[in-house]
Write a protein that binds this ligand. Structure first.
Ligand SMILES: *Cc1c(COP(=O)(O)O)cnc(C)c1O
Length: 397
């Protein structure tokens, strides 16, 4: 059981705002301000350098990693925080390729987030161009998992449509041909229950500023399955992933287990903010979250269909086949989102024509969903989007 009224009361949301963009940047936990104040004044301010030991800054990446581990079904001691998601994709991919040296194909799909593809392209260049990044349509992934594939690099939930891959099924297929599976959980962690251990993922990565509500710039996480944790050789071998960072040895020796995936100094202020979000997550039962997510999403789809029947649903109709977002296709989607934001219903836009709405029970109620659907109906039916002001694109959409 989870009291979603109680979790909602622990987030700051501006008055009158319905926030449907937690898939991009989660809202601020109310406790973050006081916690950051304390970290800045009592820890950084008064403890100075001793904060690394006294305030536990150095252990925070592993401690918070384990709290995220619970949400993604990881074995304790196999998840660690640090860097940004793009960096963690690079690290995990390099580690996977090193475990399959005789194979040269990285398999991904056209629904993957571009940064993941760019990281793979850069890694291939750094390795001398001997590998191939093979990109197929999402529905063709399963058939494309052949004996040539070293690793499948997939994002479980498509950032545009919310379409969700069957992680255990595709992972089993990858293993059946001797390939490894790397999963990007950017739109999964905190969106619905994930089970990396039961699903046998070899590597998983994700960010903490989306559904996990860690704040802008909060660090990413990486999970390495127990069978690989003592074997992988990090391509980004930093001093904090060394077995003895403060021995300052000239040669790299990996730390035991997941700690080797750490690179450099962790972002202490960001981790303090993230910790307040994880305090809320500790009150959440993941199956209850899923049930509530499905109820709110189904309500949203039904009410948008009623108020704005001309919008085409871009997300799968089956709630089990989508993540915690609902998207619609509309040619003037960008302007429509601006008109909605002006009416304090916040979603976002992804080119070329996707209006995207994140649905999470952590701070959204059934009343919020009704209000959002009704405002969407007004904006579309009264063509409120049709002004030059709303068509002007900002740098961040
Ligand atoms: C959000 C997102 C990213 C962003 O990466 P950062 O390095 O944190 O900016 C990368 N990959 C996927 C799949 C994402 O959804």
């Amino acid at each position: 059981m989870t009291d979603f009224a109680a979790t909602r009361s622990q987030f700051h949301l501006p008055d009158g705002t319905v926030y449907l963009d937690g898939n991009s940047l989660g809202p601020m936990p109310r406790a973050a301000r006081a916690r950051l104040d304390q970290t800045i004044a009592a820890e950084w301010g008064d403890m100075l350098i001793t904060g690394w030991n006294k305030a536990g800054w150095m252990d925070q990446p592993a401690r918070l990693g384990d709290r995220i581990g619970r949400l993604i079904g990881a074995e304790p001691g196999h998840t660690v925080l640090g860097d940004t998601l793009s960096v963690k994709v690079y690290q995990a991919l390099a580690a996977a390729l090193a475990l399959r040296p005789e194979r040269k194909v990285i398999l991904s799909d056209s629904g993957n987030f571009p940064s993941d593809l760019y990281m793979a392209q850069g890694l291939i260049r750094a390795m001398g161009g001997t590998h191939e990044l093979r990109i197929v349509a999402p529905e063709e992934v399963e058939a494309a998992i052949t004996y040539e594939v070293a690793v499948t690099m997939l994002t479980e939930v498509d950032y545009r449509t919310g379409r969700r891959h069957d992680m255990p099924h595709l992972t089993a297929k990858a293993h059946s041909v001797g390939a490894l599976a790397l999963w990007d959980l950017a739109h999964s962690a905190g969106a619905f229950p994930v089970d990396v251990s039961g699903g046998k993922a070899d590597f998983a990565v994700g960010c903490t500023y989306k559904f996990l509500n860690g704040g802008p710039g909060a660090p990413a996480f990486i999970y390495v399955a127990p069978e690989h944790a003592e074997v992988v050789e990090p391509a980004l071998a930093g001093w904090l992933g060394h077995d003895a960072p403060f021995a300052f040895e000239p040669a790299y020796r990996p730390a035991p287990g997941i700690a080797r995936m750490r690179v450099g100094t962790p972002p202490v202020l960001q981790m303090a903010a993230l910790e307040t979000a994880l305090d809320v997550w500790d009150q959440v039962d993941m199956p209850a979250l899923d049930e509530a997510r499905i109820a709110l999403s189904e309500q949203f789809i039904a009410e948008v269909a009623q108020h704005a029947p001309m919008l085409e649903l871009a997300s799968p109709r089956d709630p089990a086949a989508r993540g915690a977002q609902v998207s619609f296709r509309f040619t003037e989607g960008y302007a429509a989102i601006q008109a909605l934001i002006a009416r304090r219903v916040i979603g976002d836009f992804r080119a070329p024509d996707i209006m995207r709405f994140g649905i999470t029970p952590l701070y959204l109620s059934s009343e919020d969903i009704s209000r959002a659907a009704s405002e969407i109906g007004t904006v579309i039916s009264e063509r409120l989007w049709d002004t030059p002001e709303y068509r002007r694109k900002a740098a961040v959409t």
